[in-house]
Design a binder for this molecule. Structure first.
Ligand SMILES: Cc1cc2nc3c(=O)[nH]c(=O)nc-3n(C[C@H](O)[C@H](O)[C@H](O)COP(=O)(O)O)c2cc1C
Length: 176
């Protein structure tokens, strides 16, 4: 089983990354900090003669890694009540892969959301975006945990995490 953790935060060791590592504690995985990679905005070439692909950035390499993944954890801070831009750009680019028959089908996807201001209430758009994208791409959306945190070490200092996080962890343990 191959597990990938995508951290969309600008802080590589902040709450989002820490939450991801806590979710995957004891489970072998690879962490990808999206901020370490150059990703161009998606082009929509449907009405042109150009191929729906952009080989001038790191996207192809990221997707080569994702090809063999069974389980994908998408971890994002809340920025302006939405997902952080690196995740949005990465997901937009899935259109390239979708167009070129990338095998998304059956991959299991878990979502972690960290925000300062009631993310479980005010950032539900992130969950909808990921859930419906999974549906479209025939991936298996396994759930979301939203955690309230702001200072860079807040999650590290938490002795208990919300029930949604515990449920997600149990969900993962069932398949490892
Ligand atoms: C650019 C920016 C925008 C933010 N916007 C929101 C927001 O709209 N809602 C919210 O709850 N928190 C917001 N926050 C707070 C972060 O979500 C919060 O600090 C989170 O813990 C950051 O995660 P990190 O430690 O992984 O970077 C924002 C932070 C930044 C830097």
């Amino acid at each position: 089983m191959t597990v990938l953790l995508y951290n969309a935060s600008a802080r590589k060791h902040g709450n989002t990354a820490t939450l991801g590592e806590r979710l995957l504690r004891g489970i072998p995985h690879t962490t990808i900090h999206l901020m370490d990679h150059q990703l161009n905005f998606v082009q929509d070439n449907r009405d042109t003669e150009r191929p729906q692909a952009d080989t001038t950035d790191d996207y192809a390499a990221l997707m080569a890694q994702m090809r063999s993944a069974d389980d994908i954890v998408l971890a994002t801070p809340v920025y302006w009540y939405d997902m952080a831009a690196p995740l949005k750009v990465f997901m937009d680019r899935w259109f390239d892969s979708y167009t070129n028959d990338f095998p998304f089908q059956g991959k299991r996807v878990y979502l972690l959301v960290v925000g300062a201001d009631q993310p479980e209430v005010k950032a539900t758009g992130i969950t909808n975006a990921v859930r419906y994208s999974c549906e479209w791409l025939q991936m298996n959306f396994r759930g979301v945990a939203a955690v309230t945190a702001d200072g860079p070490n807040d999650v590290a200092a938490m002795t208990t995490l919300p029930a949604s996080f515990v449920a997600l962890r149990l969900n993962l343990e069932k398949i490892v």
